[in-house]
Write a protein that binds this ligand. Structure first.
Ligand code: GLN
Length: 253
């Protein structure tokens, strides 16, 4: 593989560390596939990846991470995680402010806000890094979802699957506008949230293998942070985009 562009890849000399936050407690609907996808897409380009699992009863220095992934969880899983994660609130806040890549799905996304009220009315506090709240309302928002991304990525669509009782309301930049499905709250057509290189979204699926453009966006941000890399060599994603197109044919009426 050749270096591409002024700040291209120098194969074999780069390494990214991914922290997988609570893989045993926050991991619904194939969320772990996001970590596998990030790792494989890096390795196919000759970039080494170390995946570090981070969970209860562990002390880890999060500052050494380049990419952080936190999946969705049951209300029970979210309750268990909270008291441990709270100890890392300052660190998580600092790494997001530093522009580290952080992908949070569903329950993980809810965690970055102030609180989540579960279906029984119990409050599960969040880290309060962002000022949004999530409240359960009647009925769960379940099904395939298609959004038009607001990151400027091509293709414009991001496809996924959602299953959440919580409705999140906020005024931050959304990840996208809902074309099919429900998104943040089923009302204002917004889906997810973007702040610096932190992306929160309700899209399971897992979202990244279904959306290689989003996966590469995150990888490139991490490489840019660490090595000043500006472009990535392309991979053969014909199969992924054929599936992507089929989802649109099926659900975009
Ligand atoms: N327990 C949360 C909810 O139902 C999150 C679910 C999830 O991560 N899929 O809203």
């Amino acid at each position: 593989m050749e270096a591409n562009g002024e700040k291209g890849l120098d194969q074999g000399n780069m390494e990214l560390k991914i922290f997988h936050m609570y893989p045993d407690l926050l991991n619904l609907y194939g969320d772990i596939g996001n970590v596998i996808c990030l790792k494989k897409r890096c390795e196919w380009r000759g970039i080494n990846v170390e995946v570090v699992d981070f969970t209860l009863n562990q002390e880890k220095d999060l500052k050494t991470g380049d990419i952080f992934f936190m999946g969705g969880g049951s209300d029970r899983g979210q309750k268990i995680v909270y008291s441990h994660l709270l100890k890392y609130k300052k660190d998580v806040n600092a790494l997001i402010e530093d522009g580290k890549v952080f992908l949070a799905i569903c329950g993980g996304y809810q965690f970055l806000g102030e609180s989540y009220i579960d279906a029984e009315g119990n409050e599960i506090p969040g880290l309060g890094i962002f000022d949004y709240r999530t409240e359960s309302e009647e009925g769960r928002l379940i099904g395939n979802i298609i959004i038009k991304n607001q990151l400027g990525l091509s293709p414009k669509t991001i496809v996924g699957f959602e299953n959440h009782g919580g409705r999140t309301y906020h005024h931050h930049d959304p990840l996208g506008a809902v074309k099919v499905g429900r998104g943040n709250n089923g009302k204002d057509s917004s889906e997810g949230m973007v702040y610096k290189n932190c992306v929160g979204t309700y899209l399971h699926g897992p979202v990244l293998p279904k959306n290689p453009h989003l996966a590469d966006y995150l990888i490139l941000k991490a490489l840019e942070n660490k090595y000043g890399i500006k472009t990535l060599p392309e991979l053969d994603d014909d199969l992924e985009y054929a599936a992507h197109k089929r989802v649109k044919e099926l659900y975009c009426k």
